[in-house]
Design a protein around this ligand. Structure first.
Ligand SMILES: Cc1cc2nc3c(=O)[nH]c(=O)nc-3n(C[C@H](O)[C@H](O)[C@H](O)COP(=O)(O)OP(=O)(O)OC[C@H]3O[C@@H](n4cnc5c(N)ncnc54)[C@H](O)[C@@H]3O)c2cc1C
Length: 389
């Protein structure tokens, strides 16, 4: 097992976390990314304590605290009046309770930190422009084939290739992702362009009927990330994301509080994007032979618990611990799936339930009891450094 070589397909947050965790446990990991360049989209991501444990271990707490912003305070506000409906304790509270921060980060900053750490450990680990197309397994190894005609051979293969996973299709056949009926807008706004009076508390979610708007700081507070959700009957754009017009989102949210309007008006047009949100049914198995799934490839989820990246990070950490604990590769993949599939599937399904909870509620009567967060579901209690594998 000491010389196990893992082929990881996809260099998103999941694939890179898995690579780094495997390297730290003493194993060889090679990552194959379809894109011609490594990078992440221009948007923020919330890292909850359950995932922050793994990042602290893998990247070091100092770096995590440098790239991530810990919101001093948070609130759920009334969409129109901006009045605080629920205070959400932030700052050092989550760290005191769970041992790791609740924080937010620009995806590109997290991605860059993971890429740097993986490449420092092994300059040959990352391969770009490699689009996985098929796998072949023998009694001694597994081979990934890429559309450019190249191939790579290792002991196990992990599909970290996102919701549209080609590895998932190779293992379990094709199934079309479904449009969930929700659309997300994301944008980044320079904090300097905003009236500080509009930015209290540090992070806030505005709850409307059928619509929400969340804003939080990234990049040492220099930028505000916003993510806004509405419902749609269908998604007609060709891709799953497209550049959005500020005027379109302004008209969608025209009855929201003045601070929401101010953020939207201050957003540079090239910094606003729109996503159709898609999902798939849970799988009964992830692992087949020498190959398995990780992150959105195994459990694509809507963002209504802000846990997709967190689950991918947890998966990566647990995969490495399962490999380290096992006597051979079948045992490693079995232990990994046994530790992760139930939790990944639970969070995936609960994200749907939460969407219904959020979008059917009456903001005028919102209370702590009607609000079910990832924390209230107990998701922050999990620590991938110590959870059983
Ligand atoms: C609006 C929105 C807000 C969100 N907010 C949060 C949040 O606050 N917190 C949170 O935890 N999660 C959040 N998520 C979810 C999170 O973004 C995803 O769950 C997470 O990025 C999944 O990571 P991944 O590495 O599994 O997949 P991806 O990030 O999709 O990475 C997959 C990688 O595989 C590559 N790839 C694809 N196909 C191939 C192939 N055939 N060959 C080689 N490479 C391939 C891709 O190019 C990509 O680099 C949000 C999602 C959305 C849509």
């Amino acid at each position: 097992m000491n010389d196990l070589h893992a082929l990881l397909i996809g260099a998103g947050i999941g694939g890179l976390t898995a690579a780094l965790a495997l390297q730290k446990a003493g194993f060889r990991a090679s990552v194959y990314e379809q894109a011609p360049e490594l990078g992440e989209i221009g948007a923020g991501v919330t890292i909850t304590p359950n995932a922050c444990h793994a990042l602290n271990y893998l990247l070091g707490e100092e770096l995590v605290e440098h790239i991530c912003h810990v919101p001093a305070s948070g609130a759920i506000k009334h969409y129109a009046t901006g009045a605080t409906l629920i205070d959400t304790e932030r700052g050092d509270g989550p760290k005191r309770r769970y041992g790791a921060h609740y924080c937010q980060v620009h995806r590109a900053d997290l991605h860059e930190a993971l890429v740097a750490a993986v490449s420092t450990n092994d300059p040959q680990a990352l391969h770009i422009g490699k689009r996985f197309s098929a796998l072949e397994e023998s009694t001694t190894d597994v081979t990934a084939k890429f559309t450019d005609g190249h191939s790579a051979t290792g002991d196990v293969l992990v599909g970290c290739d996102g919701i549209n996973s080609a590895v998932r299709e190779a293992l379990w056949g094709a199934d079309e992702p479904r449009f969930t009926g929700y659309v997300a807008w994301r944008g980044l706004t320079p904090t300097a362009a905003l009236d500080p009076a509009y930015l209290i508390p540090d992070s806030a979610a505005f709850a409307g009927r059928g619509r929400t708007f969340t804003r939080y700081k990234v990049r040492q507070g220099d930028l505000y990330n916003f993510v806004a959700f509405t419902r749609r009957d269908e998604w007609t754009a060709e891709g799953w994301s497209e550049r959005a017009q500020i005027s379109e989102i302004l008209s969608e949210f025209e009855d929201f509080a003045p601070e929401v309007q101010a953020i939207l008006r201050a957003t540079p047009p090239e910094q606003c994007f729109k996503w159709g949100l898609f999902d798939r049914s849970p799988l009964d198995r992830w692992t087949r032979g020498r190959a398995t799934l990780l992150g959105d490839a195994g459990h694509p989820m809507t963002p209504f618990l802000a846990q997709g990246a967190a689950m991918a990070i947890e998966d990566g950490m647990i995969l490495a611990r399962a490999v380290a604990a096992a006597g051979d590769w079948p045992e490693a993949l079995e232990r990994y799936e046994a530790a992760r599939r139930e939790r990944g599937t639970f969070v995936m399904l609960e994200s749907h339930v939460n969407a219904k909870r959020i979008y059917n509620r009456d903001p005028d009567h919102l209370s702590r009891n009607s609000h079910k967060s990832a924390e209230a579901l107990g998701l922050y209690d999990y620590n991938p450094l110590t959870a059983p594998v």
